[in-house]
Design a protein around this ligand. Structure first.
Ligand SMILES: Cc1cc2nc3c(=O)[nH]c(=O)nc-3n(C[C@H](O)[C@H](O)[C@H](O)COP(=O)(O)OP(=O)(O)OC[C@H]3O[C@@H](n4cnc5c(N)ncnc54)[C@H](O)[C@@H]3O)c2cc1C
Length: 335
């Protein structure tokens, strides 16, 4: 957000910068108000503060050209992935140039045997997972929105799968970035083991475009689990849900997702989605593992009666041994 000392770049300077951009990048530069507003924050209560021009970059070289021109004219640069960030990240309170990398959306390489891939920053997580599906691999970080992987790295995105797979900080192995002076750096190699040098990858992950613009990412991949099952578990109290979560993780149960929704939010969900979930603090869980793991999963609470709805199994792919009542392949948690 703008503070009192921050002013928009003066009109003369920005005009010169845009003329230089047009000369170098032609019709990749767009200045229509509609496009500029679409590239500023649209998802929060914050006001929409548009940049002065949007550059649709198609390559690292385009990003370098735009960044160099911005540096020469001393105008701000705002990177843009898909614009799903929720805190006004893509606003341009002082004006400047928005660099949209959505067209840099190629999967460059998949190294299935090494469980990693190399992609351009505009690839979205859904597109990557569609691409990987045939190979039995997936990229597990899921922030809900179909965000770009460059934007997800820049915001150190997490999501419901973080319990098992971590966040972007655990899944970016290396990246290529254009620095504010136009220089290109690569932060690491694909090798998992390296004890030398600064960990620049982690410095960039979460830096929200302030250190440079990411133009390539090497990501860690995971095997699609053999068995996925899910459970919906209402509790008498929020504390009960918290204790059960701690116990679940400490027991080493292969839980991939745990989402908590309180009673008021359940009521809103029921009203909006026409469901009839019990209006109570509720955990939604998803388990990833093997068929054998599904069979050995606890099928009853060791300490007290399971709640009535605990154990309702709404898994996308129930383990073969799961009955429709969901007693098997489903964990029962005490309240
Ligand atoms: C319904 C919904 C649910 C969400 N749930 C979660 C959640 O559970 N966890 C979570 O972490 N987030 C969540 N988010 C927020 C959002 O999805 C993430 O912040 C996402 O990582 C942003 O990606 P993006 O491509 O939209 O980035 P943008 O919004 O386009 O950009 C975000 C920031 O990254 C910078 N940036 C973008 N691309 C680059 C690049 N190539 N190089 C350098 N900087 C760049 C931008 O300048 C900006 O500062 C949610 C959003 C929605 C709408």
């Amino acid at each position: 957000m703008k503070n009192a000392a921050q002013k928009r770049v003066d009109a003369g300077t920005i005009e010169k910068a845009i003329a230089a951009l047009h000369a170098k990048l032609g019709n990749k530069v767009v200045t229509s108000m509609e496009v500029r507003r679409q590239h500023a924050n649209t998802t929060t209560w914050l006001p929409n503060e548009a940049a002065d021009a949007v550059v649709y970059a198609a390559s690292t070289e385009d990003v370098q050209d735009a960044v160099r021109i911005a540096a020469e004219h001393k105008v701000p640069v705002i990177a843009f992935g898909t614009g799903t960030s929720l805190e006004g990240h893509v606003n341009a309170p002082m004006g400047g140039i928005c660099i949209d990398v959505a067209q840099m959306n190629e999967v460059l390489a998949v190294h299935a045997e090494d469980l990693d891939c190399v992609i351009q920053p505009g690839v979205t997580r859904k597109k990557l997972n569609e691409y990987l599906r045939d190979q039995g691999l997936f990229f597990p970080i899921d922030p809900g929105a179909d965000a770009s992987l460059g934007g997800m790295a820049a915001t150190r995105a997490s999501g419901t799968n973080a319990v098992r797979y971590g966040t972007m900080k655990d899944n970016v192995l290396s990246l290529k970035a254009v620095l504010p002076n136009g220089e290109v750096i690569r932060t690491a190699s694909r090798a998992k083991k390296s004890s030398a040098g600064y960990d620049l990858t982690r410095l960039f992950v979460g830096s929200e475009g302030t250190l440079g613009i990411i133009t390539e990412l090497t990501l860690k991949l995971s095997a699609i689990p053999e068995s996925v099952s899910a459970a919906v578990c209402p509790f008498k109290s929020v504390e009960g849900a918290c204790q059960a979560t701690i116990a679940t993780i400490q027991s080493g149960i292969p839980v991939a997702r745990i989402e908590f929704i309180d009673a008021m939010a359940i009521r809103a969900t029921n009203n909006y989605s026409k469901l009839n979930l019990a209006e109570a603090p509720t955990l939604f869980l998803e388990f990833h593992g093997s068929e054998a793991g599904g069979k050995s999963r606890p099928s009853a609470s060791a300490t007290s009666r399971p709640s009535s709805a605990a154990g309702r199994c709404n898994g996308r792919r129930k383990p073969k041994n799961a009955r429709s009542s969901g007693r098997r392949g489903t964990m029962h948690i005490s309240q």
